[in-house]
Design a protein around this ligand. Sequence first.
Ligand SMILES: Cc1ncc(COP(=O)(O)O)c(C=O)c1O
Length: 464
Amino acid sequence: MKKIESEAATFRTLDWGKTDTSKFPNMVTPAPGPQSKTWHDRCTKYFKGLSGQVKLFPVTFESGEACVLRDVDGNEYIDFSSGIYVTTLGHCHPKISEAIAKAAHTLMNAHDFTTPVKTELMEKLADILPGDLNGFQLYDSGTTAVEAGMRVMRAATGKNEMISCFNDYHGKTYGAVSLGHIRSNVYGRVRAPGAHMVPRPDAYRPMWTKPDGTIDTDAYLTFYEAYLDKGTVGDVAGFVLEPIQGWGGSVMPPDDFFPKLRKFCDQRGLLLMIDEVLTSWGRTGKFLCMEHWDVVPDIVTIGKGFGNGFPVTCVAVREPFKESFEAISASSSYGGNPMACAAALISTKIIEEEKLNEWATHLGQVALKRMNEMKAVHPIIGDVRAKGCLMGIELVKDRATKEPFDKAGAEIYQKAFAKGLAWIPAGHILRMSPPIVMDEKTILKGLDIIDESIGEVEKAHGYT
Ligand SMILES: Cc1ncc(COP(=O)(O)O)c(C=O)c1O
């Protein structure tokens, strides 16, 4: 791999906030360039089913280091995507690459037999997770972890129905997809029996408000009460939710929602399963996003940044539900293999040792301040939000009607990408998930690129 020679590509371990980012992005040819196109055409002759992210900007990446990505034409981009919320500690962190390589040279797979590295990971997880979350199983993707969590839920309660929320996303296998926003082409055209969807509070687009116009969280819980009674067959195991909706567009709940939902579940004997595949391991400035609200879920899924690129996910359950793993035949071919455990263990240690949760929180505050300045000058920005390095900008055609501005979203994504910002589109909501090892100047530079791109698109649509 060609090394990206620059100070900006150094890790925070080496340089806390003193990096010279003036060199990035470094675009040497209009992107996607000729080499990108050639590779992409060769590859996609066979590789089918691309995400919107790639379709809108079909570049071919060759290498990455820390917060910088390089394409095959030599263009260097600031990374505001972390793959897809995955490389939270940046690309090719030397300690992580070394740990995975060491495991790969020692033992690659021993099914679910005990290994020293798995033992260390188990102890580390039990140590850092809140409350009595101390029963674990490991998987190789987010959706398989979600499915296992759902099976634990059924085993623990003997009940079948589950309640999730509008616009949640939990993966693409049948159980998980049934608890998310679903289109007929995604899976089998029908939801799994027993899967229910209810609205969840979105402060920017509230369904119920108090007389002063602020969101009325209690009204949502009142609705859930009625729904349990009238909308289900009375066989509900519990709720399955994202803490912050990632795919849905970095949609944050009001601070009182999860504490109230926890109480609601406790009073009705329902389990609370939280899907933290996207929000965990430093992404929002905590190991679990639920720690922001001091809520301990009964079951929680962990993924993406957990292995910082190595496919490893986890289902963690509270003490009373540990034995339910036995009931569900929990093991899998790749779950907890030594390379996966090594990646998760070292990623966890790095976050702890380098105080990266604190740094992610700081970056989120810096970004939110800058995004609010952008909102003050751009009429098409309806809302901005950030928790740690999970960020979103919601685009509207008109602030009064809040009509989503999808076309602008796609155009801004493409313009910013061409200027050297690798990131994630989501219709009218611009999603950002920079690595949490990024320095302050680079975060601001990425936002400058977005600011400029929004300005150009506004102009093209006659707003200025
Ligand atoms: C909250 C959440 N759950 C589950 C998944 C599915 O993870 P995977 O793509 O690894 O199956 C995702 C993926 O984006 C996610 O964001």
